[in-house]
Design a protein around this ligand. Structure first.
Ligand code: PEP
Ligand code: MN
Length: 390
């Protein structure tokens, strides 16, 4: 009789689908995935049977972790680095699961890896950031998943492109996968940031709003790249109502073969988790609701006023455009804009408004004003326009 590994190797889709159907614990897994917060942890890479098992047992002993993760195939930026132990690590995860009861998950980047993981009854899979960027790879994985019922987590692509992330979700959805999770692991960006991958929280928020029904997990380890920043990012993720966390942990973090600086021991993870302030997304308190209702009405009113003022401001800009047109003057007046920027930024500081926010706001405002003025300058019948504007 063939071993499971041989089954995986012979690439027989029918046999593999049968193996996948035997994956146990699916209903328990479904219950587990609805747990909030969902806590996933484990090493960046499976290195040895003992390291996987020790990490898993110690994670289990914390009583706080719901799923065990480990990378078996590691996508590395440069060749020559540790690229994962490959499929021989899959039985180590099976053993860790049988000793701890923790469902196990691995990263997959090719159809073959999907097949090998399924043949070893891995409970869930994730698509890594370097794979989400490539629609060919995502489609290949999606095709390999056809007819399979297993939860799939999709990390954000390394570049800040929500369409690629959303496209990967669509491909996996079309393969018939019902349990899809998103993992926010930060984005490669040019420029200085204390993080290994900039969190760009606004993109995570937008993705969460676009896919409100999908599980949304934060991966602070790959955002931070170093363990001393983890607490702050984990708390931020909770404050933004993420459904759970995936944190890398290792039995001996400093000796890890990959991502050593960002991994923590299971016990250190437990301490980090204890220090977090867990929030609710709603409250039963009548006082809370009535106070919030009043304040939200104020916000709605203020938003309306801001919009009316912006509309009024554009009307004035259009009046200016008529004068510029009549006198054949350029729309862009750099000196005048510098003056507005300086004055507004100084005033914004007094009002405790963030410099970056106000700079972005002014840039957008200026562009909108230029567009309104351009329309006036492009119009043919200047005389009637000018008369109308007065
Ligand atoms: C990982 O989770 O170990 C990993 C490789 O992550 P990412 O795809 O986010 O780089
Ligand atoms: Mn890692």
């Amino acid at each position: 009789m063939q071993s499971r590994e041989e089954v995986a190797a012979n690439n027989d889709i029918f046999v593999l689908t049968m193996c996948a159907a035997q994956v146990p614990s699916l209903s328990t897994l479904e219950t587990l995935l609805s747990k909030r917060p969902l806590l996933i942890s484990g090493p960046c890479s499976a290195e040895t049977p003992d390291q996987v098992l020790q990490t898993a047992l110690r994670l289990k002993a914390t009583g706080k972790v719901d799923m065990l993760r480990a990378g078996i195939w590691k996508p590395r930026t440069k060749p020559g680095l540790f690229e994962g132990v490959g499929k021989k690590g899959l039985p180590w995860l099976q053993e860790a699961r049988s000793q701890t009861g923790l469902p196990v998950m691995v990263e997959v980047a090719t159809a073959k890896q999907v097949e090998e993981a399924l043949a070893h009854q891995i409970d869930a899979l994730w698509i890594g950031a370097r794979t989400t960027v490539n629609p060919f790879s995502v489609q290949e994985i999606a095709d390999a998943l056809s007819g399979v019922t297993i939860p799939i987590f999709i990390k954000n692509p390394i570049n800040p492109d929500l369409e690629l992330w959303a496209g990967a979700v669509e491909r996996v959805e079309r393969a018939g996968i019902k349990q899809i999770g998103l993992i926010h692991r930060g984005f490669s960006t040019f420029g200085q940031t204390p993080y290994r991958n900039a969190p760009l929280w606004h993109l995570a928020i937008e993705m969460k709003l676009r896919f409100p029904k999908l599980l949304f997990i934060n991966d602070p380890s790959h955002i931070c790249g170093r363990r001393d920043l983890l607490a702050e990012v984990m708390q931020r993720a909770i404050d933004l109502d993420m459904d759970g966390l995936m944190v890398e942990s290792h039995s001996q973090p400093d000796q890890a073969w990959s991502d050593a600086a960002q991994q923590v021991s299971p016990e250190a993870l437990s301490v980090l988790l204890e220090k977090l302030v867990w929030r609710n997304d709603d409250s039963q308190s009548i006082d809370y609701h009535s106070a919030l209702d009043q304040l939200r009405q104020q916000i709605n009113q203020l938003d309306e006023e801001v919009l009316q003022l912006l509309g009024r401001r554009m009307q004035v800009a259009e009046q200016i455009a008529h004068y510029k047109k009549e006198n054949n003057i350029t729309i862009l007046q750099a000196g005048r804009w510098q003056e507005i920027m300086q004055r507004t930024l100084a005033r914004a500081e007094e009002l405790k408004l963030g410099r970056e926010f106000i700079t972005q706001y002014l840039d957008a405002l200026h562009m909108e004003s230029i567009n309104h003025q351009q329309k006036i300058l492009d119009r043919k019948s200047s005389d009637t326009d000018f008369a109308a504007a007065r």
